[in-house]
Design a protein around this ligand. Structure first.
Ligand code: NDP
Length: 240
């Protein structure tokens, strides 16, 4: 039976691939994004858009309310995927660079987890997946704000996994390595070559490879996995 799955930033990049993987498997997907519009390929599979800015608690709560109203059921699976970068060396990093990244990537995921838990606690079941990054575990020069936001997701997941576990709710983290999306298109050819040289599998990830792991964590087969950090990084982090 299909479930209601809400994916933040499901309109493009990794989030779009995650939304597609669930929709293709027969779930009803709410694409929670700033435009409020589901892309045509997702809409063709029964997905719908809800307006959501993860930097605003009221907007996150309203997105869940709208999704649940439209689908006529509560959210079973929530994926906190929305994220931004404002890369620069620490001494050049402005307060705006820090605030935007922490508020979107970390506090945004906290807002999504809090609202998702509200629906899931009542039903005593649910799956929450947070999209982190290998950078949160290894660190990265020029990305102190981003790495801090992404490692914060591990503490968030592990604390809420403890808090919600007795109610049948799992909370897990997926930590992708380098994935071909608009986020990484800003890198120069030289930077891309240097990154790939450090990846044992010798390439970037495809968005579908990240989506498949997110979907697995929301499946029955993953019922006994919670508080885990699953790398999808071609070996870059070697399990960290
Ligand atoms: P993209 O830049 O392609 O997409 C980012 C998504 O986040 C967009 O859908 C964007 O929406 C959304 N978003 C940003 N800010 C907000 C906000 N305030 N409210 C709602 N939605 C927002 O990035 P990716 O697909 O590459 O990244 C997706 C996730 O994966 C991010 O969390 C990223 O940190 C993580 N990641 C990416 C890696 C990579 O190599 N690409 C590696 C590891 C992790 P909009 O269209 O409105 O801007």
């Amino acid at each position: 039976m299909g479930r209601l799955v809400l994916v933040t930033g499901g309109n493009r990049g990794i989030g779009h691939a995650i939304a597609l993987a669930f929709a293709q498997a027969g779930d009803t997907v709410a694409v929670a994004c700033r435009s409020g519009e589901a892309p045509a390929d997702l809409a063709g599979l029964g997905a719908f858009g809800v307006r959501c800015d993860v930097t605003d608690s009221a907007s996150v709560d309203a997105a869940f309310d709208a999704a649940e109203q439209q689908a006529g059921e509560a959210v079973d699976v929530a994926v906190a995927n929305a994220g931004v970068t404002r890369d620069t060396l620490l001494l050049r990093m402005s307060d705006a660079d820090i605030d935007a990244v922490i508020d979107t990537n970390l506090v945004g995921a906290l807002r999504v987890t809090r609202r998702a838990a509200k629906s899931m606690l009542r039903r005593r079941r649910g799956r929450i997946v947070l999209v982190s990054s290998v950078v949160g575990l290894l660190g990265s020069a020029g990305q102190a704000n981003y790495a801090a936001s992404k490692s914060g997701l591990v503490g968030l997941a592990r604390s809420t996994a403890r808090e919600l576990g007795s109610r049948g709710i799992t909370v897990n983290v997926v930590a992708p390595g380098f994935v071909d999306t608009e986020m990484t298109q800003v890198l120069s050819e030289e930077q891309r070559k240097a990154i790939v040289a450090q990846v044992p599998l010798g390439r970037y990830a495809d968005v579908a490879e990240v989506a498949g792991v997110v979907r697995f964590l929301a499946s029955d087969e993953a019922a006994y996995i919670t508080g885990a950090v699953i790398p999808v990084d071609g070996g870059l982090g070697m399990g960290h």
